[in-house]
Design a protein around this ligand. Structure first.
Ligand code: GN1
Ligand code: MG
Length: 342
């Protein structure tokens, strides 16, 4: 199966072996060994991404922009067209695939080990945003409409709440109360954006630590996973990385005492990020970065909670309370951040 798909992209190459590299919450990614080197083959989830041709176009346009930028320091993802001349292949089972180069001598970190890594991660995501400063965001489609829009996520939550099974609702009681009580505050960024106070940029929208490839000396080599590239505000990217990079626990840690906000990592991340975007961000954008950390951590908690109440239809789960535990984890992190960031 994988061999056949790979052959749709590079028919003259011989595939020796393939293995599942990353199984994200949404898509599956395979490492391909061939006679001409390593490649990464990704299966895209078209239930989550309704417009895959548009998504691929976003990635290819951004890759072309960054590849011609001599000052861009990281490796740029390179996508291969399929025999059909498109950058994706649609298989008989209704799945979409895309192929890219593998970036060698690299590693992924799932948890920040030291402040230097946090600083480097901040620089990496800041560098990415700053080199897309002159790329017109309107060229990109909104891959998932309303992806980080708080009112949209609350609309989904409100609707789900009325339909949820009483048993699940009861289990989630404490967290439902928390999201309802923080509702107003968590809309602030959206309102400021809608009022024209925060500009639209090109953002990555999934800036977790594991979406950076590091070399053996913990230097960033590349920012990966470009599926959610679309117009957004800088706060989405800053906030999303703080939630993963500055937490002392992984996203589904169930012992909430272990979920703490690491202030030293935050300061380092913030410093690294600003060193790249200092001159392109407005004063307002910079002032709102601490609120962004809370808002994006919150929106993840809200989405996990909604999916739990909905019977786990969006994220992959390994056990029945998995989404509830993720929600509890993220909403606890929001509370820990509050005392430091306000
Ligand atoms: C999803 O599939 P993955 O792990 O790259 C999600 C992100 C969440 C993340 C939580 C398209 O990303 O928004 O932050 O899970 N992506 C989508 O770990 O919903
Ligand atoms: Mg992703």
């Amino acid at each position: 199966m994988i061999k056949k798909i790979f052959g749709e992209f590079l028919p003259e190459y011989k595939m020796f072996n393939s293995r599942l590299l990353i199984s994200g919450h949404i898509s599956d990614t395979y490492l391909i060994e061939s006679d001409k080197g390593l490649f990464v083959l990704q299966k895209l989830n078209h239930y989550v991404f309704p417009n895959i041709p548009g998504l691929m176009q976003n990635k290819v346009l951004v890759a072309a922009h960054l590849a011609q930028d001599k000052m861009f320091l990281h490796q740029v993802l390179r996508f291969y067209p399929a025999k059909n001349n498109l950058y994706y292949f649609y298989d008989d089972n209704g799945n979409y695939w895309n192929l890219m180069d593998h970036i060698g001598n690299s590693k992924v970190l799932n948890k920040t080990e030291n402040a230097q890594q946090a600083h480097e991660a901040g620089k990496a995501f800041g560098h990415f945003i700053s080199h897309l400063n002159h790329f017109d965001a309107n060229q990109l489609i909104e891959v998932i409409p309303g992806f980080h829009k708080m009112s949209f996520r609350f609309q989904q939550f409100d609707q789900t709440l009325t339909l949820a099974l009483p048993e699940r609702r009861k289990m989630a009681d404490q967290w439902i109360e928390q999201v309802l009580s923080q509702r107003e505050k968590m809309h602030q960024l959206q309102y400021l954006h809608e009022a024209g106070e925060i500009p639209l940029r090109v953002t990555h929208n999934d800036t977790k630590l594991s979406n950076i490839l590091f070399d053996e000396n913990d230097r960033a080599l590349a920012v990966i996973d470009w599926d959610t590239l679309m117009p957004g505000i800088v706060h989405y990217d800053f906030g999303d990385s703080v939630r993963s990079i500055c937490s002392t626990a992984v996203e589904d840690e169930t012992d909430l005492n272990k979920v703490q906000f690491n202030t030293e990592f935050y300061q380092n991340y913030h410093r690294g990020f600003l060193s790249e975007v200092e001159t392109i961000l407005s004063a307002t954008e910079k002032e709102l970065l601490p609120l962004a950390a809370q808002t994006i951590t919150f929106i993840m908690g809200l989405r996990f909670l909604t999916d739990f109440l909905n019977g786990d239809i969006y994220y992959k789960t390994k056990y029945p309370e998995h989404n509830l535990h993720r929600a509890a984890n993220q909403l606890t992190l929001v509370n820990r951040m509050q005392s430091v960031l306000e």
